[in-house]
Design a binder for this molecule. Structure first.
Ligand SMILES: Cc1ncc(COP(=O)(O)O)c(C=O)c1O
Length: 487
C-alpha cells in the first residue's frame, strides 16, 4: 500500500504528496485516529502579521525582563545577557559532538575547569556535568549510591532511602525510579529534620538519605553534622540536593559536611535560564568513595599531552554506572554557568549568596505581620509565608497570587512545600534593587488590606489581564488554541 498524506502549501490548493519510505513506515505504525484525515487549517499570514502576533502574546506574559519574579525554588531569575553572548561564540556553538578531539580542546578545557570550580565551591572530589536537569542529577546520584551498595555485596539489603518531608518533591521520585523504597522523615517544630524520627527510621536497610539543604522551607538544617553521623553510622550514604546552593556559596560546603553526593542546578544557582522546564543542567559531585561510579565518558587530562591535545574523553572506569546522556549534557548551559562563575569570582559568588539571604529576610520581616511564616526564624534565600487573617475572609493563597498579576508582579510559588497549608514561597533573589523589594512589600500589604475590605475583588483576580481566572488544570490539559492576530 502506498500512503499519501496531504500537504498544505500557502497560496496553492492542498496537494497530495507521496510519503517517502521512512515516513511511510512510521505512519503505518501509528494507531488509528491519530492521523489527520484532512490538511490542518493553518492561517495564511504575512511575516509581519506573524511577528506582531507573537510580540503581542509575549507582551501579555510576565517575565523577568519586565517584571519582578519572586518565584520560590527551582528558578534563578537572573540570566545575564553576557552569558548568552559567550554561549553563542561560534568556537563553542559550532562544535559538533563527533568532531575530532583536537578541534574541541577549548570546549573540553572549559568543561574540565568548570568541574574543578564546582569541586572547589562544593568541597566534592569530582563532578560529572552530564545530567541535564536537577531531577536527572538526582537519578544519577541515586544510581551511584545503588552501584556502591551493590559493589559491596549489599544489593538486596540496602533497599530504603530516607527523605525528609521538607525535601523537594523530585527527591522521593528520583530515589524511587532508582529502585529504592522511600521512607519519609518528619520535620520538627523548627522546620528541620526531626532527629528522633530519623534515628527511628535508620537501620541496616538504609541505603541513604536525600536531603535538600536549605530545605524547601528556606531553612538551613542546623543539625546537619549530626544527621551525617546518624546515617553514616548505619552504613547509609548522604545525598545533598544542592539546588538551593545559591543560599550558601562561599559560606559552607556539602563536602565539608560529610556528604557523599551532591547535585547542583546550574539553571538556578549559576544564572542559566530554565524556561518551560529546560534546557537545564544538574551536575553531580561525589566524595572519594563514589568516585569510581561516576558516569562515563569523563573529561580527563590526556595521558600524553601534545601541543594539540591536552584533554580527552575517557571511558576507562570499570565501575562506572555508564552513560547517562547522549553526549555530555547541555554544554551551552555549562558554558553560561562557567561565564557566571568567571565573571563573579569567589568573592562575587559569596556576595551573591549573602545578598540573596539578605533580600529574603528583608521581605520576610516586612511582611510577617500580615503574611506570617510557618516557622518564625531567620530564613535563607527564600521563605514560606501564609495568607494570615485573609483566610478569615475566605481569601486564599491562589487569590493573592492572582492579584499580584494585576499589579504587574509574577506570582510566587504557591501551595509548595506541601507541609505548609496555603504556602506562599517567596524568593526575591540577590539581583533586585531595594526599591523593587519595597514595591513588592507595598503591593502585598495592599492586597492584605483588600482581603479585609473587598475579598470578592481577590476572588475574581486577575481583573486586568485579557483572560481572567482560568481553570489551570483544564487550560493545561485541554488548551483551546486560537489564532488571534487581527493586525
Ligand atoms: C530544591 C530542588 N531540588 C530539585 C529540583 C529539580 O530540578 P529540575 O527542575 O531541574 O529537575 C528543584 C527545581 O525544580 C529544586 O528547587
Amino acid at each position: 500500500m502506498q500512503l499519501i498524506y496531504e500537504r498544505s502549501v500557502p497560496g496553492r490548493k492542498t496537494s497530495q504528496v507521496p510519503a517517502c519510505d521512512v515516513a511511510e513506515e512510521s505512519l503505518e505504525k501509528l494507531s488509528g485516529g491519530i492521523l489527520r484525515d484532512k490538511a490542518a487549517e493553518l492561517p495564511e499570514v504575512s511575516e509581519l502579521q506573524a511577528v506582531r502576533h507573537f510580540m503581542e502574546l509575549s507582551g501579555e506574559n510576565l517575565g523577568v525582563d519586565c517584571n519582578f519574579y519572586p518565584l520560590g525554588s527551582c528558578t534563578m531569575k537572573y540570566n545575564p545577557k553576557v552569558n548568552e553572548a559567550v554561549a553563542a561564540l561560534p568556537g563553542f556553538a559550532g562544535v559538533h559532538p563527533y568532531v575530532e578531539i583536537y578541534r574541541a580542546q577549548g570546549t573540553l578545557r572549559m568543561l574540565y575547569n568548570l568541574e574543578q570550580y564546582l569541586c572547589e565551591i562544593t568541597g566534592m572530589k569530582a563532578f560529572t556535568l552530564a545530567p541535564m536537569a536537577g531531577a536527572h542529577g538526582e537519578f544519577v546520584g541515586m544510581s551511584m549510591i545503588r552501584a556502591y551498595h551493590d559493589h559491596r555485596g549489599e544489593k538486596n539489603q540496602r533497599t530504603t532511602v530516607l527523605v525528609p518531608d521538607s525535601s523537594h518533591g523530585t527527591n522521593p521520585a528520583s530515589a524511587a525510579i532508582a529502585g529504592f523504597d522511600i521512607k519519609a522523615v518528619k520535620s520538627n517544630e523548627r522546620g528541620e529534620v526531626d532527629l528522633d524520627d530519623l534515628r527511628a527510621h535508620c537501620d541496616e536497610h538504609t541505603a541513604g538519605i536525600m536531603l535538600t539543604n536549605p530545605n524547601t522551607l528556606g531553612l538551613f538544617e542546623t543539625k546537619i553534622l549530626e544527621i551525617q553521623k546518624i546515617v553514616h553510622g548505619v552504613g547509609g550514604l548522604l545525598y545533598y540536593d544542592g539546588a538551593n546552593l545559591n543560599a550558601i556559596m562561599g559560606k559552607c560546603r556539602p563536602g565539608d559536611m560529610g556528604f557523599d553526593v551532591v547535585h547542583l542546578n546550574l539553571h538556578k544557582t549559576f544564572s542559566t535560564p530554565h524556561g518551560g522546564g529546560g534546557p537545564g543542567s544538574g551536575p553531580v559531585g561525589v566524595s572519594e568513595r563514589l568516585l569510581p561510579f561516576l558516569p562515563t565518558p569523563r573529561v580527563v587530562k590526556a595521558p600524553v599531552e601534545t601541543p594539540e591535545i591536552e584533554f580527552v574523553w575517557s571511558r576507562d572506569f570499570p565501575l562506572s554506572i555508564g552513560r547517562v546522556a547522549t553526549f555530555y549534557g547541555n554544554v551551552g548551559v555549562c558554558l553560561k554557568a562557567y561565564a557566571y562563575i568567571r565573571s563573579l569570582g569567589a568573592a562575587g559568588l559569596k556576595e551573591a549568596s549573602e545578598d540573596a539571604v539578605l533580600a529574603a529576610n528583608y521581605l520576610r520581616v516586612k511582611l510577617r505581620e500580615k503574611f506570617p511564616t510557618a516557622y518564625d526564624r531567620i530564613c535563607m534565600h527564600e521563605f514560606v509565608a501564609t495568607p494570615g487573617q485573609a483566610l478569615d475572609k475566605g481569601v486564599h493563597t491562589l487569590d493573592i497570587a492572582k492579584r499580584l498579576i494585576d499589579n504587574g508582579i509574577h506570582p510566587p510559588t504557591i501551595y509548595f512545600p506541601l507541609i505548609v497549608p496555603e504556602a506562599i514561597m517567596i524568593e526575591p533573589t540577590e539581583t533586585e534593587p531595594l526599591a523593587v523589594l519595597d514595591h513588592f512589600a507595598d503591593v502585598m500589604l495592599k492586597i492584605a488590606d483588600e482581603a479585609q475590605s473587598d475579598p470578592e475583588l481577590l476572588h475574581h483576580a486577575p481583573v486586568t489581564t485579557s483572560i481572567g481566572r482560568l481553570d489551570e488544570t483544564a487550560a493545561a490539559r485541554k488548551p483551546k488554541l486560537a489564532y488571534g492576530c487581527q493586525g
